[in-house]
Design a protein. Structure first.
Length: 133
């Protein structure tokens, strides 16, 4: 459960309405990971976790997304995620599931793990342009 205090998932930029409902999806799996680990070190996230985020915004009648991103998904030994955008009956929904599956990421696998975690973060920050229907 998230409290949206201070979060602004809708903004106006250059006369266009931009919606970012995935912006609330900052939780267990962050993209603020170190670029590199010191030689011989492993990354220890501390715990395994599954995180499910659903953000929905009801748009005013007559407005709709210009387009929706394609669903995204990825799997690795350490992390799996799925992200999907939907628009139906005036409601724009972003839903994603991420599962951190290990207590430790080896130094050899860390670069791939970080790349996947950053792609998850990129999916979360995806902006949608809203236009008249």
């Amino acid at each position: 459960s998230y409290t949206l205090e201070g979060t602004r998932p809708v903004k106006k930029v250059s006369g266009k309405l931009i919606v970012e409902p995935g912006a609330i999806a900052r939780g267990v799996i962050e993209s603020d990971l170190p670029r590199k680990l010191p030689k011989g070190c492993d990354f220890r996230p501390g715990s395994t976790a599954t995180e499910i985020v659903r953000a929905s915004i009801t748009l005013p009648e007559g407005l709709a997304p210009e387009s929706l991103p394609a669903p995204a998904s990825a799997e690795s030994e350490e992390l799996d995620f799925e992200a999907e955008w939907r628009f139906a009956e005036g409601v724009l929904t972003y839903e994603r599931r991420a599962a951190l599956k290990v207590l430790e990421v080896s130094g050899e696998r860390y670069a791939d793990f970080r790349k996947l975690a950053r792609s998850l973060s990129k999916a979360d920050r995806r902006a949608i342009v809203i236009v008249p229907e």
